[in-house]
Design a protein around this ligand. Structure first.
Ligand SMILES: O=C(O)C(=O)C[C@]1(C(=O)O)C=C[C@@H](O)C=C1
Length: 378
């Protein structure tokens, strides 16, 4: 499995003219002037976005106005233009918020995620959709799928792999039977913190966390809390909720859980690998057009015959499409029958991918296009 690193490039030296020697009052005056200008431009942008919304015709709901391919193009231009001093990730976040607010003028999107509030899934939701949305914290990955399928949520955000821990099998398995489409991906640097009521490590006798988070902090726990009891729970936010009830308990969770549950940081970040990253998928009910830099996820059930896997992979090489990931899972179609989850660069509406999928259809028992979506941005 390929582990991906965030694509944040550090900007070159700041280009904006520096004006040394200006006093504090003058500098603040300049900032006030710029803020006024930014605000006027944001208002003007919001009006145009509103007109774009009207140009799309009378649509039923917010989800009908949402255009992830367009958002990806806007954000890629932001990255291309960036000469600093702010880095790509920061600028993308700011523009994401502006688009999120512009879209919410129609109606905020409803986004389901693995709750409760304060989880890394919630952070992934905000990173992808901005804060002008209505978040629906749900109790399981299965429920996220169900709520999107039923139309109670416009989209769902579910974790699919972690750079330290590997694939989240329960998410992949949902695609074996679900009709939902993958509409986007989010990569989130995951920082874990040890949180407790009073912030004193010497008082800690029990630590709550999700098993994945325990695994990500194994070496740190062995070194600093070898004797503490480790109690696995369903989410890091649930761990934080429990830790707030006792002085001798702590939770491993993201720092945002500290604010939500009124805890103090004892130590952090405490993950063993500094590049610890989780990849999330955005799931929805329809496929969106190409953005110009897309990935396609396929689910391929192979026939039980010699060379079947070779024949499934060959069309991608033939059409010059690079494969990012392949993973096999029991296909739930019969004993020792396997399904392959394959990620390939490109979009199913593009010719090369269409031909490749048609050709592999001849050798596969079944091919399911799980989705074509913009590659994660910063
Ligand atoms: O370009 C559009 O289709 C818009 O609706 C405008 C806009 C934006 O603010 O730029 C807003 C929401 C969409 O998801 C994409 C882009």
């Amino acid at each position: 499995m390929k582990s991906k690193t965030p694509k944040t490039k550090q900007p070159a030296e700041k280009k904006a003219p520096e004006q040394p020697g200006l006093d504090l009052a003058t500098l603040r005056e300049r900032i006030d002037g710029i803020d006024r200008h930014i605000q006027e431009l944001i208002a003007e942008r919001a009006q145009f976005a509103n007109q774009v919304g009207k140009a799309k015709g009378k649509l039923a709901a917010a989800v009908d106005y949402y255009r992830p391919e367009r958002e990806a193009q806007v954000l890629r231009r932001v990255v291309d233009r960036n000469d600093g001093p702010l880095n790509d990730e920061v600028l993308v976040r700011l523009f994401r918020e502006i688009m999120s607010a512009c879209l919410a003028q129609q109606e905020p999107l409803k986004i389901g995620y693995l709750g409760p509030e304060g989880t890394h899934s919630q952070q992934a939701v905000y990173k992808h959709f901005g804060h002008s949305i209505h978040g629906l914290p749900l109790s399981s990955i299965e429920e996220v799928f169900q709520e999107v399928e039923a139309g109670h949520a416009d989209f769902g955000v579910v974790p699919v792999e972690n750079s330290t821990q590997g694939t989240i099998q329960s998410t992949l398995d949902m695609f074996l039977t679900s009709k939902l489409k993958i509409c986007g991906e989010v990569e989130l640097r995951v920082h874990q913190h040890l949180l407790s009521r009073n912030g004193r490590i010497e008082d800690i006798e029990r630590v709550y966390s999700h098993p994945q988070s325990f695994a990500q902090c194994k070496a740190w726990l062995r070194q600093y809390l070898p004797k503490a009891e480790k109690i696995p729970v369903s989410s890091n936010a649930e761990a934080a909720r429990r830790a707030r009830n006792a002085e001798d308990a702590a939770a491993i969770a993201g720092i945002s859980a500290a604010n939500v549950y009124g805890l103090k940081s004892v130590a952090g970040p405490i993950e063993d690998r500094p590049d610890n990253t989780t990849r999330f998928l955005v799931i929805g009910r329809e496929l969106f057009p190409p953005s110009g830099n897309d990935r396609t996820s396929l689910l391929v059930f192979i026939k039980d015959q010699p060379g079947a896997l070779y024949h499934v992979l060959a069309p991608f090489a033939k059409h010059g499409l690079s494969m990012n990931r392949i993973e096999s899972r029991p296909g739930h179609t019969g004993l020792w029958q396997y399904a392959f989850f394959i990620d390939v660069s490109g979009h199913v509406h593009e010719e090369a991918m269409r031909h490749a999928v048609d050709e592999l259809d001849e050798y596969a028992q079944e091919v399911k296009v799980l989705g074509s979506y913009p590659v994660a941005i910063a």
